[in-house]
Design a protein around this ligand. Structure first.
Ligand code: ZN
Length: 396
């Protein structure tokens, strides 16, 4: 692919965690910045600069569309347009804290396009031209996860990371920079024929800062939108885990640059500082408890794809509905194994709260003695907890 084009795409790497911030101070600063923004409408020089971003973006978007085939999947296009424009509207009026890049509120006319193919990937060009692959949309488990990706790409454009990077790189050999970036951003090592370790490290450092800043702003946009910011976190967590264990997916950029633990921990710290609870059950199917009706009066509870317990009898469905709500709240807290127990009467207690009760009728249906049924129920819950703790990065 065209090297210059690749160089202008800014995608994933691993920033360091941020210290927690005080939400009130954070809000106050945002409002102060908003007041400054309103007072400082872009002057002529700035308008010209932003027009240059748009021109550059347009030029490379035409190249991108020669390189990639655009999707005609109407459902996907509609979904991306809706989520993208919701976030773009917010990005165009909301000053955000920025740690790397142009700190002013830059307004762009954002366009969102879907690219055919199974890559789990997305990229952003200057001026607000944003592309997302079909594969990523299939991999995402909710609108909130798609929103996390789009908010991140919007942030690169809004903070004008390409222009910013260009300024930073001006003191280096202008010809080697695009090559280094192309290598880093596409993970295609063969492109880096002439790079020294030093220049690679430098370029890596810049992209780490860009990623970190884009995540921070993405969180702020999502927090103002109706999309749960947990989606930003779970998308990173699932990618980092699946990238190691799933061969069937084409990881694109994420193959060599999976979002790492530090990036997820940084997002967790933004959420904690802003008082936004982490609710994985709301934004994924992997970390959600669901009810599946079985034969007759039997209903099955599952955590993701893992069966937890089956209820039998007249009240089975009502009991399951009640249990789902409590189990989701429990799992969302990412509890530790010792925090769950089962009483001799079959009541499962999680973090001192009753979650559900298994009955002799349930055991009878499973064709095992009640005592054995109690033990196997507890074991299933613990296995689900272990899986969750193993695949996620925060404890509450
Ligand atoms: Zn990025």
């Amino acid at each position: 692919m065209n090297i210059l084009l690749t160089a202008l795409m800014v995608t994933a790497t691993v920033p360091a965690p941020r210290p927690a911030m005080d939400p009130e101070a954070f809000a106050e600063r945002a409002w102060q910045e908003a007041a400054v923004q309103v007072a400082n409408e872009p002057d002529e020089k700035r308008k010209k600069e932003l027009a240059e971003d748009e021109e550059l973006g347009k030029k490379y978007s035409l190249e991108a569309e020669k390189e990639y085939k655009l999707s005609t999947n109407a459902e996907m296009l509609k979904r991306v347009e809706k989520i993208g424009q919701d976030l773009a509207t917010i990005a165009n009026v909301s000053p955000v804290n920025v740690t790397w890049g142009d700190k002013q509120l830059n307004r762009f006319t954002y366009t969102f396009k879907v690219i055919e193919g199974e890559d789990v990937n997305a990229f952003s060009l200057p001026g607000g031209y944003i592309y997302i692959f079909e594969g990523l949309l299939k991999y995402a488990e909710s609108d909130a996860e798609v929103a996390g990706v789009l908010a991140h790409e919007i942030s690169h454009a809004a903070q004008r990371h390409v222009v910013y990077l260009r300024r930073k790189t001006s003191k280096f050999d202008i010809l080697t920079i695009p090559l280094i970036l192309a290598t880093i951003l596409t993970g295609r090592g063969e492109l880096l024929q002439l790079g020294s370790l030093t220049t690679t490290a430098l370029a890596n450092g810049w992209t780490v800062d860009a990623e970190k800043s884009a995540d921070f702003a993405a969180f702020q946009y999502m927090n103002r939108a109706t999309y749960n910011p947990t989606g930003l976190l779970t998308f990173m967590e699932r990618l980092a885990r699946d990238e190691r264990s799933t061969a069937a997916v084409d990881w694109g950029i994420y193959r060599t640059h999976p979002p790492g633990r530090q990036r997820a921990e940084a997002v967790t710290s933004y959420m904690e500082a802003a008082g936004v609870p982490i609710r994985r059950s709301l934004v994924t199917t992997t970390y959600r408890t669901t009810v599946e009706p079985g034969e007759g009066d039997v209903v099955q509870l599952k955590f993701g794809k893992k069966p937890l317990v089956a209820f039998a009898g007249d009240a089975a469905l009502d009991r399951a509905d009640d249990a789902v709500e409590k189990l989701n709240a429990f799992f969302d807290e990412n509890p530790q194994l010792f925090e769950v127990a089962i009483g001799t009467d079959g009541t499962v207690i999680g973090r001192r709260r009753p979650l559900f009760q298994v009955t002799p009728e349930d055991a009878e249906h499973a064709k095992v003695p009640f005592d054995e049924f109690r033990k196997s129920t507890l074991k299933s819950i613990k296995e689900a907890m272990y899986g969750l703790a193993f695949k996620t990065w925060n404890r509450q």
